[in-house]
Design a binder for this molecule. Structure first.
Ligand SMILES: [Zn+2]
Length: 503
């Protein structure tokens, strides 16, 4: 394959890319504004499932298999893209198009059942749907190479969908390395006698002003509104729906400011990643491409936590905040910093602080392989969740909505997704440490509102190839070593050591 043949391959991928784009637009429509009527939702689900099936059929066609063979005369970048396309194509080939369609229809229906069960905080309403989600995930795992006679192989077989190149043993090793020091640091913080309140983030915050604040933050980060848009949804996400069309969403709580602001910075962090992939990748970005969700999450968390919760950012942002919400006029930057970084074990993953967040993932990582293997039966999930939660967090879960029903992922059957959030935290810390080394004046730059220095560094070292690299490979390229939890703990020790006076 030469460079001309590579261009031909990209052309050949366009029908699959266009169908993928249609599916993504339907999904965005579904999540950001469509009538709640049952029949209307059902039709939208059917159209989405059909578009996904057709994209899958087009992507797995023999003509694509042939076009992917013979690789000489390619640049290193093109070679990487072809390797990733080959992996995605090989994985997709194992899944029949009918399954893709069936799975999407189930996901959309399951989503509606889960919403109702969560509202009523009653897992029994969701149990049958959940059982079906587990069955479909097992079916998919077997297609991807799991051995039906060895149920422990189900979970590892699903991991490459979310984290290609990361095997189960390596993932377990990383997660085990995180648990001990997290629990230890939490213990030291709890017994430090110091407590911070988040009262100053609570009150009344007009939605229009929150929207201006979020847009300003995203704009400062470098999110390109000419190639993107910010919309409202129930469960925030970022979605690239086509060429130069990368959309972000958030939700507003009129009584709590950080939810939308942190959410916008998080999703804009995902958006920056997508808006700055290599030009060639942008031309096939909506084919069913497997990519590292951990790297993606590194970008969003880097902007949300390492920028948004840093003191230099708050120093620059304080006057903007005050201009929109005058209750902050008499609040110091130190008080804002303490309130946004307080550590407090709580039930809900998405509301967790930087430290205890990973315990939420460790809980799910402990259960998911067991659920798939049949060692935890669907009807036992709430009790098992509550037991493990008490063990890890030391507090008793009060309701299913605050427990096993809180997340959307299991309704979708996305087993194997959660660990990518933990990998993202570790990756963000490691990338930020490398950035700090490369730009020692970063605090001064941030204080002046120059966040471009970080974007430039990411555009040089991470974004162009994130979509086509395994997490460890990208970390080696950007930071000189594989993913290493050390940087995450260095960050936590420095931040919380200082905040809670631990040293
Ligand atoms: Zn995210």
């Amino acid at each position: 394959m030469s460079t001309q043949e590579f261009d031909k391959l990209i052309e050949l991928l366009q029908p699959a890319n266009q169908k993928g784009s249609i599916a993504a637009r339907l999904h965005f429509d579904d999540q950001t504004g469509s009538p709640p009527d049952e029949e209307a939702k059902k039709q939208l689900a059917q159209l989405m499932a059909l578009a996904e099936r057709e994209a899958h059929e087009l992507f797995t066609a023999d003509s694509i298999s042939q076009a992917l063979t013979g690789r000489t005369g390619l640049s290193l970048t093109e070679q990487r893209m072809v390797d990733r396309l080959q992996l995605s194509h090989d994985m997709a080939k194992r899944i029949p198009p009918e399954f893709v369609q069936k799975q999407r229809e189930h996901i959309q229906a399951a989503n509606r059942v889960w919403i109702e069960a969560r509202q009523k905080s009653d897992f029994t309403l969701f149990q049958n749907t959940f059982t079906k989600s587990v069955e479909l995930a097992r079916e998919e795992a077997i297609m991807l190479g799991a051995d039906s006679g060895r149920p422990e192989t189900y979970y590892p077989a699903l991991l490459p969908i979310y984290e290609p190149g990361m095997d189960f043993a390596r993932l377990r090793e990383i997660i085990e390395a995180v648990q001990g020091p997290t629990v230890d640091l939490l213990g030291r913080i709890t017994s430090s006698g110091k407590e911070f309140t988040d009262k100053l983030w609570r009150g009344y915050f007009e939605i229009d002003r929150q929207k201006s604040l979020g847009q300003t933050a995203a704009w400062l980060m470098g999110y390109d509104f000419k190639r993107g848009i910010l919309k409202v949804t129930v469960h925030p996400f970022m979605s690239t729906v086509g060429l130069n069309d990368c959309r972000i969403t958030t939700r507003y709580d009129p009584t709590y400011l950080p939810q939308a602001l942190g959410g916008v910075m998080h999703e804009a962090g995902h958006g920056l990643y997508e808006q700055n992939v290599a030009e060639a990748i942008r031309r096939f970005i909506t084919v069913p491409l497997v990519h590292s969700h951990g790297i993606h999450e590194s970008s969003s968390l880097l902007w949300e936590c390492f920028v948004g919760r840093s003191k230099p950012f708050l120093q620059f942002f304080h006057p903007i905040l005050t201009a929109l919400f005058e209750q902050y006029r008499d609040v110091s930057v130190d008080e804002l910093y303490q309130a946004i970084n307080r550590v407090m074990p709580s039930f809900i993953r998405v509301e967790a602080d930087e430290l205890t967040y990973n315990l939420h993932i460790i809980l799910r990582f402990g259960m998911e392989p067991e659920i798939l293997a049949g060692n935890i039966k669907p009807e036992d999930v709430p009790a098992e969740w509550n037991r493990r939660f008490k063990e890890l967090f030391g507090i008793a879960v009060d309701t299913d909505a605050n427990g096993c029903l809180q997340d959307i992922h299991w309704s979708h059957g996305y087993f194997g997704y959660f660990p990518t959030y933990l990998l993202g935290k570790l990756g963000a810390a490691q990338l930020f440490a490398a950035f700090v080394k490369a730009v020692p004046s970063w605090q001064e730059q941030f204080r002046m509102g120059n966040f471009r220095v970080l974007l430039d560094w990411l555009c040089k070292n991470v974004y162009p190839y994130g979509h086509v690299s395994a997490m460890d490979d990208l970390m080696v390229k950007a930071t000189g070593e594989k993913l290493n939890p050390k940087y995450w703990f260095d960050h936590l020790e420095e931040k919380f050591g200082q905040l809670y006076g631990l040293n």
